[in-house]
Design a protein around this ligand. Structure first.
Ligand SMILES: Cc1cc2nc3c(=O)[nH]c(=O)nc-3n(C[C@H](O)[C@H](O)[C@H](O)COP(=O)(O)O)c2cc1C
Length: 277
């Protein structure tokens, strides 16, 4: 059965997860969600099986993914699954997705999975490094292989019971979602910036313009933090909560600059197709 997997990623965990699943399923197309925000109307995949893979933000979905899900038409879809990648707490994001799909299509996910991967939000937790990071990635890989097997079998897997995550979602997510686009006012750039433009190139939603050789955030941010983590000289900082100075940076080891350019439509999307027949 043909599969289309829609993905969103800031630092590569969700893309790596999507690629692992795609390779295992075969006959699978990877489609970035970000460029779809520039289109209107329903998004109707021509595939029997549809997947959504994305990170958890503030115990919910990235706002751009929630918007995408509200336009996803599943009339011809036989099986729909979702995988959220997270640093610790956020199964509630799968319940949120179920709610959106139910409103739009009158049906929920056939299978819902959460996979622990390295956290990428230094204002709250330092991203893991070295052996700790590698162990988390190895365990995520095992988990993803098992998930691919369950998807192939067409198993029904509802999202797990998640009282703490759901409490946090109801308490905080709406504040995150309401302020996310202008949250970029808390980013700053130091004089060590070399004007290389990497931050602008990797932004999934093209929210950064280079002005006089410096990044200028345009206030339609998704808070994925790709700019922060990709800056080759760590000149970018985020000033919310504990801040990011000296608190580490993270990218999935397989993530390339080219992957981010495919995601934001700056490169040929054809290269994202895996096992396309
Ligand atoms: C703004 C923001 C908020 C986050 N909130 C959560 C959260 O509520 N729970 C959690 O477990 N991880 C949280 N994370 C961590 C990410 O969900 C996790 O690292 C994810 O795997 C990143 O995926 P990516 O590399 O595809 O962007 C957050 C990350 C960011 C950038």
């Amino acid at each position: 059965m043909k599969t289309v997997i829609y993905y969103f990623t800031g630092t590569g965990n969700s893309l790596a997860a999507a690629k692992t699943i795609a390779a295992d399923l075969g006959d699978c197309e990877l489609v970035p969600i970000a460029p779809l925000a520039d289109t209107t109307g329903d998004i109707v995949p021509s595939a029997g099986r549809v997947g959504i893979v994305c990170p958890v933000y503030d115990t919910g979905l990235p706002v751009i993914v929630a918007g995408f899900a509200g336009r996803l038409g599943l009339v011809g879809t036989r099986y729909v699954f979702a995988i959220v990648t997270l640093g610790g707490t956020g199964v509630s994001a799968l319940h949120q997705l179920n709610h959106i799909l139910k409103e739009k299509n009158g049906r929920t996910l056939d299978a819902a999975f959460a996979v622990k991967m390295p956290g990428n939000f230094p204002p709250v937790h330092r991203p893991p490094e070295g052996k700790e990071r590698d162990a988390i990635l190895a365990s995520a890989d095992e988990c993803l292989k098992e998930i691919a097997g369950r998807i192939k079998k067409g198993e029904h897997v509802p999202p797990g019971f998640a009282p703490f995550s759901s409490f946090m979602y109801f308490a905080t997510y709406r504040f995150f979602a309401g302020a996310v686009h202008t949250g970029d006012k808390d980013f700053s750039v130091a004089d060590t910036c070399t004007s290389c433009g990497t931050c602008a190139m990797v932004c999934p939603v093209n929210n950064i313009k280079m002005e006089e050789g410096r990044p200028a955030w345009q206030h339609h941010c998704e808070f994925c933090c790709a700019c922060l983590h990709f800056c080759p000289v760590e000149a970018i900082d985020l000033h919310s909560m504990r801040g990011t100075k000296g608190r580490g940076r993270y990218r999935h080891p397989a993530l390339k600059l080219e992957d981010m350019k495919v995601q934001n439509g700056r490169s040929d999307p054809g290269v994202s197709a895996i096992n396309k027949t």
